[in-house]
Design a binder for this molecule. Structure first.
Ligand code: VG1
Ligand code: CO
Length: 543
């Protein structure tokens, strides 16, 4: 089979964001658009010859077409072998698992994560390196640079291959292994957790519901919860991945996973509810009549980590992204272990995990994970919570309430203003940044500002510096107010405002966060001149 050299011209907009390149499907369907970006990835990995690549996606619209193109391009670019999930499917955590298990050189994940799917919605592509984690900034910058000077790409001349049956065959000089996308991941989970204890939990009066939101975790959840742990059939709902996720947003929060939330807040609610996102790396945890914020989830799991066999000797350290609440820091201090604050995006945890500095890490955006892979992991978080429930014998609400009594409650809310005109988003950030120098020492809504800065992160392992990672106001009473622009949207700008307040008095730990945080919410709206600049009176999404 011949390798074709196809001439092309650069597209100016192929800069990877927080998590790969995300665009409308229609953008990816333009002639050469996907090919240009894939060739730019390959050009940024000059030592790829003969190596193994893992490939799969969350099954969204255009997944299958993209898989066929990438297989032919991998063959045209000298890769030795591609391991592809059957049907072109792999969750993000499963790709990370398989890269590490096979000693692969890297992996390509096709997903726009929690963004909607379908012909008029979003598609995305990201590259993970040999440690199983998202490409670090150095590499995403190299990919972007390559995309701006690309003149052509190499692709094998050939027909589509069968990706729907597990088999190993050749495409030109490259081997393709089509494998079960679930098996290796499920085996890893069984090594981390005590499946016998979880089976006993499932046999008792305990009832759980897992909503896969018609996205990639369905097959994984059916296998693990129902088949291996023995939960009754029907425990997993919306478990068949659909190309448009049934028309919804595969985003596990109280807004987009509303049917699950309604069920958990209803009269005869199950004991436990959980959901995951499009590509399976996020998680939402609910108890009966109780929502666990992702920031609290990280802190609670860290405090109970030794209940899980893989972590029975304790944690090395904990990291959280900057906007994530400081709840995990308090636990780390109590445990006498290090804690780290990184910019938003899982790629910043990779060096700390590789260097053995941390065991758990998490983000406020429904991301939790550990050193078992190099991605956040939705089902891992669910299994971790089930383990804590099995070990303590307590319901979710009690586990969290007791945690607050011991460590204090970090009231937390994020307000998102989606789809603002891009220039307005920039204007808001510039005008807040301009006020930063005069803010320290001022008192706003009765709280004194200690520090006001533009967060920059110096990686403690490789010394690389990432600047402009969000604007922070740190108050003397421990409260925080943070502003960031999203790096995962595909339309206009999304402004995220994060609010946090620590309450140590157990008698005041049971209020509505929107009420407790209303003064900070008002400060955030005033400082950003939100209403004047955008006309928006309320956020698009509150989490
Ligand atoms: C968002 C979240 C961030 C997360 C990223 C990718 O980024 O805030 O915490 O790492 O999505 O998650 P941004 O730049 O839009 O705030 V996923 O599940 O999309 O891979
Ligand atoms: Co995701």
């Amino acid at each position: 089979m011949a390798v074709l050299q196809i001439a092309t011209r650069p597209f100016a907009d192929q800069r990877p964001g927080t998590s790969g390149l995300r665009k409308k499907v229609k953008v990816f369907q333009q002639p050469h658009y996907l090919e240009n970006f894939v060739q730019s990835i390959f050009n940024a990995i000059p030592d790829r010859a003969g190596k193994t690549l893992v490939l799969g996606g969350d099954g969204r619209f255009y997944n299958r077409e993209a898989i066929q193109i990438i297989l032919r391009m991998a063959a045209g670019n000298g890769w030795g072998k591609v391991v592809v999930g059957r049907g072109g499917l792999f969750s993000t955590p499963a790709v990370s698992t398989v890269i590490r298990a096979r000693g692969a050189h890297g992996g390509i994940i096709l997903s726009a994560s929690h963004n909607a799917g379908g012909p008029d919605q979003d598609f995305g592509i990201k590259y993970n390196t040999a440690n199983g984690g998202p490409a670090p900034e150095k590499l995403t910058d190299a990919i972007w640079t390559a995309s701006r000077s690309i003149q052509g790409y190499q692709i094998l001349d050939g027909a589509d291959v069968d990706i729907d049956h597990a088999a190993t065959f050749w495409l030109g000089d490259m081997q393709i292994e089509v494998c079960d996308p679930v098996a290796e991941y499920a085996e890893l989970m069984a090594r981390i957790f005590d499946f016998d204890a979880l089976k006993r939990l499932m046999q008792g009066p305990f009832r759980m519901r897992f909503d896969a939101l018609h996205a990639i975790t369905g097959p994984y959840a059916h296998e693990i919860f129902e088949k291996q742990l023995g939960a009754p059939a029907g425990t997993v709902v919306n478990g068949t991945p659909l190309t448009d996720f049934g028309g919804g947003h595969p985003d596990p929060n109280l807004v987009y996973a509303k049917p699950l939330a309604d069920e958990l807040f209803a009269e005869n609610a199950p004991d436990f509810g959980a959901a995951s996102d499009g590509d399976g790396d996020r998680n939402m945890i609910l108890g009966r009549h109780f929502f666990v914020t992702p920031s609290d989830s990280l802190a609670v799991l860290a405090a109970h980590a030794t209940a899980i066999p893989a972590y029975r000797h304790g944690l090395k350290g904990i990291a959280r992204s900057m906007p994530t609440s400081q709840a995990a820091d308090v636990v780390a201090e109590a445990l006498g272990i290090a804690h780290y604050e990184t910019p938003t995006g899982w790629k910043f945890f990779g060096n700390l995990l590789d260097a053995g500095k941390i065991t758990f890490c998490g983000e406020e955006s429904f991301g939790t994970g550990s050193d078992h892979i190099r991605e956040k992991d939705g089902l891992w978080a669910v299994l971790a919570w089930l383990s804590v429930i099995a070990h303590t014998g307590q319901p979710v609400a009690e586990i969290v309430t007791r945690h607050w009594q011991r460590f204090g409650r970090h009231y937390y809310t994020r307000h998102d203003y989606e789809n603002l005109p891009a220039e307005i988003g920039e204007q808001i950030m510039h005008s807040i940044a301009a006020q930063l120098p005069v803010l320290p020492g001022q008192t706003l809504a009765g709280r004194e500002i200690l520090i006001a800065d533009d967060f920059a992160y110096a990686d403690p392992i490789d010394g690389s510096v990432s600047a402009h990672q969000g604007l922070r106001l740190l108050f003397a009473d421990g409260a925080r107010l943070i502003f960031r622009l999203s790096g995962t949207g595909t339309e206009g700008a999304t402004l995220r405002i994060y609010h946090e307040h620590l309450e140590k008095d157990p008698l005041r730990q049971h209020q509505d966060p929107q009420r407790t945080l209303r003064d900070l919410i008002q400060v955030g709206r005033n400082l950003s001149r939100l209403e004047t600049l955008t006309g928006r009176k309320t956020p698009t999404v509150i989490t």
